[in-house]
Structure formats: C-alpha cells, structure tokens
Design a binder for this molecule. Sequence first.
Ligand code: HEM
Length: 403
Amino acid sequence: MENLSRRRVLTLGAGLGLVGAATPSTAWAWSSAGSIAGTDTITDPWGVWDDATDPLVASLLRDGQIPAVNTAFDKWVNNGDALPSGIPAGLTTYLQQHNRLPSWADQTKLNRAAQFNKRMSMYLFLLYGLGSGIMSTVIPREARNVYWSEGGADMKARAAKTFTYGYDLSAIDAFQPSGHFVVTSNKTRLTHAAVRHLLPQSAKWRAVTDDQDFIPISNGDILITFHSLGTFVHGKLKSWGIRMSAAEEDAFLHMWQVALHLLGVRDDFIPASWAAAKQQSAYALTPIMAPTPEGIDLADILLGLTSQIDLGVTKGFQREFARYLLSDKVGDWLKLPRDYAARTLIEVGWPAYVAFREGLSPIMPTGFSMFDRFVRGLAMLFLNNGTSATYTPITIPTGNRPG
Ligand code: HEM
C-alpha cells in the first residue's frame, strides 16, 4: 500500500512536472517520434510500470493463489494451447486479453526473423549467453533485482529459465501455434509483476537500491535490457561483417518489438528502427552501466556455470572472450582475470574464424577447430537445457531471496 501511494505521488508529480521522474541519472528526453507509435511526445518510461498486470498479480499473491497458478501453468506451454483451467477468473480474463500478438505484428517478418535466427544460431548462443548475460550484471538495477529476488539464490535454475525465454524466442515456430513464445512471454510478464510487488518488501533490496527505484522493472528498465540483448546482438553481428539483408535486419527488430509489447512495454517507447534503437541505447543503457557487489557476484556465478562444461578452452580464454565482447572496462568492473595470451588468440583468431565460416575468406584459420568447439559447446549447453527433460519452466515467484 505504501509503495502504491508513493508510485501514485510520483506519477502525479511527474505529470505536473514537479519531479524529474524516476530516471537513474537524467530526465528522459527520447522522443516517441522514433517509436513504433510514431507520435512526438516525451514520457518518462522509468515512471511507467504495468498497470494492466501489476494489481492483478499483487492480489493473487496476497490471496496465496500463485502456487496453484504455477501448477496450472505447468501444462500451458504452446501458443495454440487453450488457456489453463483452474485459474482465478480474473487471470483468465487477463489472459484472454493479453495472450495474443499485437495488431501490428507482421507474420511475414516474424517468419523471416525465425529463419534468420536459425542461420545465426551459433552466434546468437554466444552473444546472448556470454555477451548479454554478463552485460546484465553491469546494469545496476537489474543486477540488484535479480540478486535479491527469489531466483537470485539459485542462479543455475534462473539461468535455465532465462534460457527458456531465449530458446522459445529463437525457435523456428516461436510465434506459431506450436511455438511457445507468446505463452512464455505472458509467464514472464506475470513474473515481473510479482517481482514489483515482492521486492519492495525486501529490506535487503531496499537497502541497496537507488531511491527512485522503489518499484522495480519499469518500462525504461525493460528497454535497457532489450538493448543489452537485441541491440547489442545486432550491433555485434554488423561489426563482425556477417551478411544480413535489410529485410533480415528489419525482421530481427520486428521480433524484438513484438517481444517488448508482450512484456508490457508501451508502443511509444519501442524503437521503430535500428537507428532509433541505437540512439535510445546510447542514451539509456550506456551511461548507466556500472559495477555493483551483486553484479560482480552474479557474473562470477554465471561464468562459473559456463565453465562447468568442457568447451575445449581454458577458463582464462572464456573470461577473455567475455571481455572481448563487452570491453575491458566491463571486464575490469567485474574483476575478470586476465589471460593475455588467450586475448591475442581471440583478437586474431575470432575475426578469421567468422570470415571463414561466413565464406568471406577461403583460408581456414589455424585456431578454427578450437573456436568451433567453443561455439558449438556453448550452443549445446543451452540446447540441452532447452530441449531435454531438464527444460525449466518459468514460474511466478512468491517470495524474495531467502536469508
Ligand atoms: C524474471 C526475461 C527485463 C528482473 C524473468 C524471467 C525471464 C525474464 C524469462 C523468468 C525467469 C526467471 O524467473 O528467472 C526478461 C526480459 C527482459 C527482462 C526478456 C527485457 C527484455 C528485466 C528487467 C529487470 C528484470 C529490466 C530488472 C530491472 C527480473 C527478475 C526476475 C525476472 C528480478 C525474477 C527472478 C526470480 O524468480 O526471482 N525475466 N526480463 N527483468 N526478471 Fe526479467
């Protein structure tokens, strides 16, 4: 109740121009002219949460109904599945409204994105897994949220659940009735709404969060995370010289636009082009990246999980690859150990590996098999989670990090 009223005060205050709104550092000035809504207004997404979902999930949590919902959700997997029975009527009504693609979704583009994901899959596993995954640990709010929420205590399960999302998004039938992504997105959106209700009750989280972040996971925060995923991956593929047609690039963006909509982000915040996305990313993500004790711990755990399997490379190589993807500044923040020999190998070998794989160079580089094993090993790590019996469904939390 206290948080809700603080939120109302903030929204009202922002509306009246009395407060600088809930931004991590500066006031939001990104115009919605670059958004898919195409209007020319400036609304602060750090002061926007998910009004359609948050009160519903808060009441389900208060009434102790989430465990039953999670059980009912267990068998609700395919986009084409009927809505699960045995869930509260309010949730059924909600899902009837939200378990669908937005009116502006374009199936042709989504199908093209699926083909593109298939062609790019090896790079995507690497970039999302070792790039975006580690980048999330230098996004302070995300790192603190993840650390102090229920799942923060078991990062292996959490990473597996997050992978479920990535796998479902990148599957060939992601948006088809046989695919999972619309359902998975709805479960994620409900999970985020639960976190908004639960984390403010954590004294440990409240002690470390920035004072304006009193309700987590705003639309602005979700946009930042999107840039650490979609915008980051797109930028890396471009910089590596991977062949992408304009239609493929556009389709990949469209897939992310739909994904953001399904997570409850408003159309006037969703970038309409990669140019607009890059601009928003430079504006919203780049300046706020910073180390936190939580993020340093999470990065160490995540990188440790990846080194548990034999990727045919040393731990030093793997850490250097993360540095190579994210910059040494980020690597230093996260205290990733140095391995200068591995770094030289990566700087010379990786561009040569990509050029050969992409048919841009006829010469097989000397380190080809090592890089190939590394990339394939990472892919298998994720695929095992995504396809085997260990497939980890997303469940709505009912508490915060224990202890
Ligand atoms: C949960 C994806 C943005 C914090 C989840 C889950 C997924 C997911 C798939 C369910 C798996 C799990 O429970 O671990 C995404 C995507 C995002 C996004 C695709 C944006 C494009 C954010 C942001 C924050 C955040 C911006 C915080 C600032 C959390 C937390 C959980 C969660 C705390 C719950 C973990 C728990 O169960 O304790 N998210 N997320 N997410 N997300 Fe997000």
